[in-house]
Design a protein around this ligand. Structure first.
Ligand code: PHE
Length: 450
């Protein structure tokens, strides 16, 4: 392993496409817009920007540095950097487990987008009312077979791309998909400018309403920034190990963060005018994307085309994020157990399919697959984002800021003293004090203690 040259991304553009591909996902397209709308519009956006800059981007830098310094999968990175301290290796392992768990239910939701993409292309729900589409969606989800097959197709496609390797698979696909995603999203946002509900939608998204801002707004913004930048599961560290040794990490991290936020804002600009044009209140949750929007597309002139573009975009966003989650598991299996990438992929795919099928089954009526009153899919979602992600995020930060050593961290962050030397002091200060403090507050809040 050690003597084999590790893959690294081929170009600056490829690096950004892959890393932004991971960051831009379902979290940007449906979650950010409605969170912004409900938490005070521009006030939330401003808080989100501050929290991203002071907390999330430093953590992103720490994860990239961990991967690039450790030159390995997330488990191997900890082992390489702290060979004797086994406790840290467990943090690496938690990352692998988290990525596996998240991908198993993420694939089910991504499967729903594929289903709607198919239904939009065939035009089968055009002209239907919101109730009819709601009923159609329920029948689909509760039927079991449909969601199972679409999740399977999604996972097989993800695995297929990984099989082609980091450069020929992940990088090449991201370089095609990400620009297409941006073009489609800009087209939808421009189209939305001509809709009657545009002004109202803009007001909902952009008018700062400070009366809605409380401590929990800040915490919500932090949680969202974390998920949106793919932090806390070693995905960014695993990808970090493929960042070229000469690349400027600050440049990469800030470009990715700006791109991620821009896509989230654009999604709001594209979605809310549609919602308000048809006089619907912007409801929260997956309903917005999978019931409300399809029913609006169904009434719009040319709606089938708009719908197909929207769900294709959602699919691209989801699969480029899925690459990064599956890569965490595949890199771990192939490097730690000395198996080929092919074998590692099949093994991960097998495991993911089993868990994804259980998630699908947990949504059938009268399913017994519930934990603490939640169906398996909802449980995995809440448990990973409220417990595993923040905890491993915090551990990674503590390791990088306090255990690795200031010299090594500064060396990696500045690419051997080449870039951003003046930013290192403030970054390390944030990583040592501000980030852990905020993370602890976040975790206590998520656990309901605070
Ligand atoms: N960042 C992705 C999104 O916004 C989700 C994700 C989380 C992807 C963690 C990879 C790792 O949807």
């Amino acid at each position: 392993m050690a003597d084999k040259k590790r893959s690294s991304f081929g170009s600056r553009f490829g690096t950004i496409a892959v890393l932004a591909g991971s960051a831009v996902g379902l979290g940007n397209i449906w979650k950010f817009p409605y969170m912004a709308g409900e938490n005070g519009g521009a006030a939330f956006i401003l808080i989100y920007l501050i929290v991203s800059l002071l907390i999330a981007v430093p953590v992103l830098l720490a994860e990239y540095a961990l991967g690039r310094r450790g030159q390995s999968n997330i488990f191997g990175a900890f082992r390489n950097l702290a060979p004797k301290q086994k406790g840290w290796h467990a943090v690496g392992l938690t990352g692998v487990v988290t990525a596996f768990l998240i991908l198993s239910f993420y694939a089910v939701i991504a499967g729903w987008s594929l289903y709607f993409l198919w239904e939009s292309v065939t035009g089968s729900y055009m002209g239907m009312s919101a109730q009819q589409i709601g009923a159609k969606f329920d029948t689909f989800v509760e039927g079991g077979w449909g969601p199972a097959i679409w999740a399977l197709i999604f996972l097989v496609m993800t695995g297929g791309v990984l099989l082609l390797g980091v450069n020929k698979g992940i990088e090449r696909c991201s370089k095609m998909m990400m620009p297409m995603l941006v073009v489609m999203l800009v087209a939808l946002a421009v189209g939305a400018c001509f809709m009657d509900g545009w002004r109202e939608g803009m007001r909902f998204l952009l008018r700062p309403d400070w009366s809605k801002v409380t401590t929990s707004t800040v915490i919500a913004a932090l949680g969202q920034a974390f998920f949106s930048l793919s932090l806390g599961m070693g995905a960014m560290a695993t990808y970090g190990s493929y960042i070229d040794k000469k690349e400027n990490l600050y440049g990469v991290a800030s470009t990715v963060a700006v791109a991620d936020t821009a896509v989230a804002l654009l999604a709001g600009l594209a979605i809310f005018p549609v919602v308000f044009t048809y006089g619907i209140s912007p409801t929260a949750g997956p309903e917005l994307v999978f019931i409300t929007l399809p029913s609006l597309f169904a009434q719009m002139p040319g709606g089938a085309v708009v719908a197909a573009v929207f769900f294709l975009l959602l699919f691209f966003a989801a699969i480029t994020s899925a690459f990064s989650m599956m890569e965490v598991v595949v890199a771990y299996l192939s490097e730690e157990f000395g198996m080929s990438r092919t074998k590692a992929m099949w093994l991960s795919l097998g495991g993911l399919l089993v868990l994804a099928m259980l998630c699908v089954a947990s949504q059938l009526p009268d399913s017994v697959l519930t934990i603490g009153g939640k169906n398996l899919l909802d449980f995995l979602d809440t448990f990973t984002s409220n417990v595993l992600l923040p905890l491993s995020g915090l551990s990674i930060v503590i390791f990088m800021a306090w255990v690795l050593g200031r010299k090594a961290l500064a060396d990696e962050l500045t690419t051997g003293g080449r870039y951003a030397r003046r930013l290192v002091g403030p970054t390390i200060f944030l990583l040592r004090y501000v980030v852990p403090l905020m993370m602890v507050v976040l975790i206590l809040n998520l656990l309901g203690v605070l």
